[in-house]
Design a protein around this ligand. Structure first.
Ligand code: DOR
Ligand code: ZN
Ligand code: ZN
Length: 356
């Protein structure tokens, strides 16, 4: 047994499904999954139902989060067709602005680069605009950010061409940051998954795409799960929605890669703590931390705390067990036991947090 203490880990990309699809996940179940996975903070995506695109829907989402969350959180606003002139006024209350520029789940997809530019222009310079973009749309939106000299964050980079494009932009001095998701780092098209269970956007890449991500680790600012729960019945049904759960498996998979020498523990802390804090300007609490046993070996269970009831990593042998999560001095999780009650999590963008 070798237990180590890590600082409060942040997952900047999570889909909570509430309101609108509580059979897939709720704030109560999703944040229980976060704690079991060693995360103290999650950022929720806006493609709920209704989508979070204005003050009213943000209020609704934050009320739900405030009564359900067991860990700390912030919520993204979604860039839409009809909110170009209004969404930025709520920027201070949001994790950032999310723009869906390609194939995704939900109805927030934007196809017009003129609209992308308008959103990029209006969102405050010190705020984060996160994009779901691949291939041509990624090239276009990075080009827009470059010409506007504004920062942009690229979600779940999945392919060799895209990571090279981001590497090149960084070399030119473009203020672009990016995240990679465990499923794109640890799975590819040759992985043993049935059709519906393999569905995810961006799609799983080729083994070469996967290798390219590892070869460009220095270009990857953050690891983010893109925890996108859909039930097993939906995944195995006729029209499987895209997405994988990821909160409970990310840290064990990454710690296993550390054990195998693919990256260092500092690489993990940088991408799950330091860079998220820098990029999103988050408060740091010295009494928030996670304790893991980096020697404990186990097989990933077929299902966990997430309501979706499955994982693409079922049966994978890993090393690195979350023992304890402490948030602002209070124990929130003790191995296999969710301690934090629903509603104890805090909104990191609330007025009171920002002025502390
Ligand atoms: O696979 C995905 N699932 N990609 C997305 O862009 C959305 C996500 C979801 O919300 O299910
Ligand atoms: Zn996405
Ligand atoms: Zn996502």
């Amino acid at each position: 047994m070798t237990t180590i203490r890590l600082p409060g880990l942040v997952d900047i990309h999570v889909h909570m499904r509430q309101p609108g699809a509580e059979h897939k996940e709720t704030w109560e179940t999703g944040t229980a999954a976060a704690l079991a996975g060693g995360f103290a903070t999650v950022f929720a995506m806006p493609n709920t139902s209704p989508a979070v695109v204005d003050e009213r829907t943000l209020d609704l989402a934050l009320e739900t989060a405030s009564s359900g969350a067991r860990c700390d959180y912030a919520h993204f606003l979604g860039a839409g067709l009809g909110n170009v002139d209004s969404v930025a006024k709520s920027a201070g209350r949001a994790a950032g602005l999310k723009m869906y520029l390609g194939e995704t789940f939900g109805d927030l997809r934007l196809d017009d680069p003129g609209l992308w530019a308008a959103h990029l222009e209006r969102w405050p310079d010190d705020g984060v605009v996160a994009v779901h973009a691949e291939g041509p749309s990624l090239e276009t939106v990075v080009g827009l950010a470059e010409s506007m000299e504004r920062a942009i964050h690229v979600c779940h980079v999945a392919g060799a061409a895209d990571i090279s494009l981001i590497a090149g932009a960084k070399e030119r001095g473009v203020a672009v940051t990016c995240e990679a998701s465990p499923h794109h780092l640890f799975l590819d098209r040759t992985s043993d998954l049935s059709f519906g269970r393999a569905e995810v956007r961006p799609r799983l890449g080729t083994p070469e795409d996967r290798r390219a991500l590892w070869d460009h680790l220095d270009v990857i600012d953050c690891f983010a799960t893109d925890h996108a729960p859909h039930t097993l019945a939906e995944k195995d049904g006729a029209n499987p929605p895209p997405g994988f759960p990821g909160l409970e498996t990310a840290l064990p998979l990454l710690l296993t890669a550390v054990h195998e020498g693919q990256l260092t523990l500092d690489d993990v802390i940088e991408r799950l703590h330091l860079r998220p804090i820098e990029i999103f300007g988050l408060p740091v609490d010295p009494d928030t931390w996670v304790e893991v046993d980096v020697d404990e070996e186990f097989e990933i269970a077929a299902s966990g705390m997430s309501r979706c009831g499955w994982t693409p990593f079922a049966g994978a042998p890993v090393r690195g067990m979350v023992n304890t999560v402490v948030i602002r001095g209070a124990t929130a999780y003790e191995k296999d036991l969710t301690v934090a009650a629903a509603g104890t999590g805090r909104d990191l963008r609330s007025e009171e947090r920002r002025t502390e």
